[in-house]
Design a protein. Structure first.
Length: 346
């Protein structure tokens, strides 16, 4: 089995990129194989890799790559979440796809089209800069024709109230790429960007409790890493500030799917991010977001129609990724596949 380890700038950890043709397709068969791979990572000094991307050239004529994301959970070696996506891991796949010759050598302006098998998303990545072991990309999260902005609101409401033993909070539940919960920093007693970016365990733990309340509202098992959660503030003209939780700690920046969700929410009337963005004097379609790791910029392309406000796409520009190591030959995991799957590789 050939593998690569790659990392996008701002990601909480690197991604292990694998060839789908060398792996089983079902979760039941895939789980023990991935558990073995995690063991191999730990034994070889890569225990910090908690993201796995399973990729192959797409048989679909409209796409270049099929992508499947797996989030490793810290509880056990065989604990995984197969339900979401990860923009940073998608970027890692792009640089590996060229190394594996799944796509032609990219040049500025070229586009790679991905089909996300976890959730049916369609993503177009435009090459801004190409290097031997990396590159810079603009990602477009393309929406189906006629998709209303309001369809991104998971409960149909711009705001829901979530309760914990410590209080009750207004939150907006938004899904685009991944499901997210957005909470106003003021409701957590945070009065400045510095307080937000330096918040400690007390805020972290309360955000986890709010996230569990959102999971209950959505009917999602609280063992899942989804929905994600971020706290949002308005401290500087024209910009939002955000801090999010990843697995199992504070996110160093904000996930790309978090950026797209936040930009989408900022265009949806009545949501927590829209209210905060209005307080800053900001105006869509461009939404600037300050994070502990730097500034992110997203553009939400919305058009008014007789059917309401239609979301066409959301883009995040100039995101970098590079290969950390590879190709890596993982012989132990490869020898275990035939025994476990009786030779039936997909």
């Amino acid at each position: 089995m050939i593998a690569y380890i790659a990392k996008a700038d701002g990601a909480p950890c690197p991604t292990l990129v694998l060839d789908a043709a060398e792996l089983p397709s079902t979760e039941a068969d895939l789980r023990p194989v991935l558990a073995d791979l995690r063991g191999w990572l730990e034994e070889n000094g890569n225990g910090d890799v908690l993201k796995i991307a399973i990729v192959a050239p797409s048989p679909h004529p409209l796409f270049d790559l099929d992508y499947r994301f797996v989030q490793c959970l810290p509880d056990r070696r065989d604990a995984f979440d197969f339900h979401g996506s990860c923009g940073h891991s998608i970027l890692s796949c792009l640089v590996v796809a060229h190394a594996r010759r799944w796509t032609p050598r990219p040049a500025p302006g070229d586009r790679v089209r991905l089909r996300i098998l976890n959730n049916g998303d369609q993503i177009v990545c435009e090459v801004d800069e190409s290097r031997r072991h990396g590159g810079s990309f603009t990602m477009y999260f393309v929406q189906p024709p006629g998709e209303s902005v309001c369809r991104a609101l998971m409960t149909g409401n711009p705001v829901d109230r979530l309760s914990t033993p410590s209080g009750s909070y207004e939150a907006s539940l938004v899904s685009l790429g991944n499901p997210y919960v957005f909470v106003d920093a003021k409701e957590l007693g945070i009065g400045s960007q510095r307080e937000l970016f330096e918040a400690g365990d007390d805020i972290f733990d309360e955000m986890l409790r709010i996230r569990r309340s959102a999971s209950a509202l959505l009917g999602v098992p609280d063992t899942s890493v989804f929905p994600k959660i971020a706290v949002v503030g308005s401290y500087r003209p024209g910009r939002l500030s955000a801090r999010a939780i990843t697995v199992p700690r504070w996110h160093p920046t904000l996930a790309l799917t978090g950026i797209t969700c936040l930009a989408t929410a900022a265009t949806a009337d009545g949501t927590v991010p829209a209210r905060l963005f209005e307080e800053t004097g900001g105006r869509p379609p461009q939404v600037e977001i300050e994070t502990p790791g730097g500034l992110a910029t997203a553009t939400a392309k919305v058009e008014d129609s007789a059917q309401g406000r239609i979301l066409q796409w959301v883009s995040v520009s100039r995101k970098e990724a590079q290969i950390r190591s590879g190709p890596l030959e993982i012989a132990p995991a490869m020898t275990m596949l035939p025994r476990r799957l009786n030779g039936a590789l997909h």
